[in-house]
Design a protein around this ligand. Structure first.
Ligand SMILES: [Zn+2]
Length: 410
C-alpha cells in the first residue's frame, strides 16, 4: 500500500512537473514572440533613424555645397568688379553728334547691277563692309551711343512748358553720339535689289535678318544689317553704349514697317502686324527707339497742311499703334517747314518735340519759347563717302571706308 501510495504520489509529481514544464514552455514561447517583435520593431526604428540621418546628412552636404557655390560666385563677381577699370563719369553739356544711315546694302551685286536704281543706291546707301569699318572707327575714336530722348527735359516756367538740355553723365573721355536709321521699312523697291527683306527673331529672341541671296537661298543672319551688327558689337564692347542705348529707327508706314506689310491696304496685314509687333517689342527691350518719318515720305516743304494732317493721322493709326508714342520727328528728305509755319505747330500739337533735319554738321537749336528742339543730322551715305571726306574726318576716314570694288564706276 505504501508502495502504492508512494507510486501514486510519484505519478502526481510527474503530472505536476509536466504541467509546470508545459506552462514554462508556453511562457517562453509567448515571451519569445513579444521579445522578437520588440527586437524587430527596434531594428526597424534603427533602420528608419539611420535613413533619416542619412537624408539629413545629404541635405546638410547639399546646403554646404550650395553655400560654397554661392560664395564662389560672389568671389568671381568681386574679382570681375575688381578687374573692370573704374569708370569716372563726368557731366556732358556740349554738342552731341548725330549721324544717320539707310538700311545697309547686304547684297552689293544686286544693288549695283546696273539697273535704273543702281545710282540711287550708290548715292544714299552704304554696304555692310563700309558700316563695319565706320563702327570700328567710331569706337576707336571714343564715341559712345546715347538715346536722343535722354538729352532733353521739359520744365515749366511761369506756367509755360519749356524744353531744355538735360545734363547727362558720360564716361570720362567719351564723346556722345546719336545714330538713326531712316526708312527701315524694307520698301518693295529695296527687296531683291540689295537690302535684306525683313527683321525677325531667332530662337533666342535676338534680332536677325531674313533675306534671299543672289542664288535664291534663304539667309538668316546677324551680320548684314545695322540693328544686329550693333547689337552684337555692343555685346562685345559695352562701353560703346551709354545705359544700353543703340539708336533711333525712323519709320514711314505706306509699305509697312521692318519688312512686314502692316499697312491696312495689305492683304495679310493682321498677321503681318502680329509678327512686326514681336520685333518691335524686342527692339525696344534692347535699346532701340522709334521716330516718325511721316506716313507717305512726302516733301514737308511742299506738302499742304491738310495733306500733312491726313498723313500724320494715318501714321498714328498704322505705325504708332505698333511702335508706341514718340516725340521724335525725322523729316523725309531731311527738309521740313520753318518753325513759324502752321505745319510745324501742328506737329508740335501732335506731341512731337524733337525735329530732325539733315545738314553738314550736327546742329542743335532749342526753341525755348516753343517747347521744341530742331536738329541737323549728318548723312552717312555714298555721296558723303565719295565727296565729303573732310567733313567726316572726326568720325572716320572715308578713303579707308569706301568699297570702290563693289560700287559702280562713276
Ligand atoms: Zn527717308
Amino acid at each position: 500500500m505504501r508502495k502504492g501510495r508512494t507510486s501514486k504520489n510519484i505519478n502526481k509529481d510527474k503530472v505536476l512537473v509536466f504541467i509546470l514544464a508545459f506552462i514554462l514552455i508556453f511562457i517562453v514561447i509567448a515571451f519569445k514572440n513579444v521579445i522578437y517583435k520588440n527586437i524587430k520593431v527596434s531594428t526597424n526604428t534603427v533602420k528608419v533613424d539611420a535613413d533619416i540621418k542619412k537624408e539629413q546628412y545629404k541635405k546638410d552636404e547639399e546646403a554646404k555645397n550650395k553655400q560654397k557655390d554661392e560664395e564662389k560666385k560672389e568671389e568671381t563677381k568681386e574679382q570681375a568688379k575688381d578687374n573692370t577699370p573704374k569708370v569716372k563719369m563726368v557731366p556732358f553739356k556740349g554738342k552731341v553728334e548725330h549721324i544717320f544711315f539707310h538700311p545697309l546694302i547686304a547684297y552689293p551685286e544686286q544693288a549695283f547691277d546696273g539697273d535704273n536704281k543702281a545710282e540711287d543706291f550708290d548715292d544714299w546707301f552704304i554696304t555692310v563692309s563700309e558700316f563695319n569699318k565706320i563702327v570700328e572707327s567710331l569706337y576707336s575714336k571714343n564715341f559712345i551711343l546715347v538715346d536722343i530722348n535722354s538729352l532733353y527735359e521739359e520744365t515749366e516756367q511761369n506756367g509755360r512748358k519749356i524744353l531744355q538740355r538735360k545734363e547727362i553723365m558720360i564716361p570720362e573721355g567719351k564723346k556722345p553720339l546719336i545714330i538713326s536709321v531712316d526708312d527701315l521699312n524694307y520698301y518693295k523697291y529695296m527687296i531683291g535689289d540689295g537690302t535684306v527683306h525683313k527683321l525677325m527673331l531667332d530662337d533666342n529672341g535676338d534680332i536677325v535678318t531674313y533675306s534671299i541671296n543672289s542664288k535664291g537661298g534663304k539667309v538668316i543672319a546677324k551680320d548684314n544689317e545695322i540693328i544686329p551688327i550693333l547689337d552684337e558689337f555692343i555685346k562685345v564692347h559695352p562701353d560703346f553704349s551709354l545705359n544700353g542705348a543703340k539708336g533711333t529707327i525712323a519709320l514711314t508706314g505706306y509699305e509697312g514697317i521692318l519688312g512686314y506689310r502692316t499697312d491696312f491696304d495689305s492683304k495679310n496685314y493682321e498677321k503681318e502686324r502680329e509678327e512686326a509687333a514681336k520685333v518691335v517689342k524686342r527692339l525696344k527691350e534692347t535699346g532701340w527707339n522709334f521716330a516718325s518719318h511721316s506716313y507717305g515720305h512726302h516733301n514737308h516743304n511742299s506738302i499742304t497742311i491738310e495733306k500733312l494732317k491726313k498723313d500724320n493721322n494715318k501714321w498714328k493709326k498704322e505705325v504708332e499703334s505698333l511702335i508706341g508714342k514718340t516725340q521724335v520727328y525725322i523729316f523725309p528728305f531731311g527738309e521740313g517747314p520753318k518753325y513759324s509755319e502752321s505745319k510745324f505747330k501742328y506737329l508740335q500739337d501732335e506731341g512731337f518735340k524733337i525735329f530732325c533735319y539733315v545738314g553738314q554738321s550736327s546742329y542743335e537749336n532749342i526753341l525755348k519759347d516753343m517747347d521744341a528742339v530742331v536738329t541737323d543730322r549728318r548723312h552717312v551715305d555714298g555721296i558723303s563717302l565719295r565727296h565729303q571726306k573732310k567733313g567726316f574726318l572726326d568720325l572716320y576716314d572715308s578713303d579707308e571706308v569706301i568699297d570702290l570694288k563693289v560700287r559702280p564706276k562713276r
